[in-house]
Design a protein around this ligand. Structure first.
Ligand SMILES: [Fe+2]
Ligand SMILES: [Fe+2]
Length: 162
């Protein structure tokens, strides 16, 4: 594999682990705010991001490349309101979508078809990721300051298993 591609995929492992860390931090914050449903949703999302990192990790190993793990930046730990956390989640997902566009561009440039096909799963996944975050944001916009409705959404999101 081309060195640039390997380096970029290693960086993406870090981006996914950071995402996992960010969602875990959001989960912990929701726990302090006594919103167990939002906390559960974020915890499941954190686990999903860890799995994304591992997908890339396994791909590099399968292709006989070296995985190099870098330091994971500390995520934000506090938000003013639930919607602010989800807006940050959305912003991060958009950034990750951009990462996969760039990675795919690089794979195409290098004529690395195996990596390009591997990356296509993530390109599709990012559509889902942005949709999931946006759905919660739209619900929170409608809810506004209604505590009763917020309780109902918290209960609903707490049912997330994967
Ligand atoms: Fe991800
Ligand atoms: Fe994600």
């Amino acid at each position: 594999m081309n060195d640039k591609m390997v380096k970029a995929l290693n960086e993406q492992i870090n981006n996914e682990l950071y995402a996992s860390y960010l969602y875990l931090s959001m989960s912990a914050w929701f726990e302090t705010q006594n919103w167990p449903g939002f906390a559960k949703w974020m915890k499941v999302q954190s686990q999903e991001e860890y799995e994304h990192a591992m997908k890339i990790y396994d791909f590099l190993i399968d292709r006989g490349q070296t995985v190099v793990l870098a330091a994971i930046a500390a995520p934000k730990a506090e938000w003013k309101k639930p919607i602010d956390a989800f807006k940050d989640a959305m912003a991060h997902e958009k950034k990750v979508t951009g990462n996969f566009q760039d990675l795919t561009d690089l794979a195409i440039k290098l004529k690395d078809h195996a990596t390009q096909i591997f990356l296509s799963w993530f390109v599709t996944e990012q559509v889902e990721e942005e949709k999931n975050a946006d759905e919660v944001i739209q619900a929170l916009v409608k809810i506004g300051d209604s505590t009763g409705a917020l309780f109902m959404l918290d209960r609903q999101l707490g049912k997330r298993e994967d």
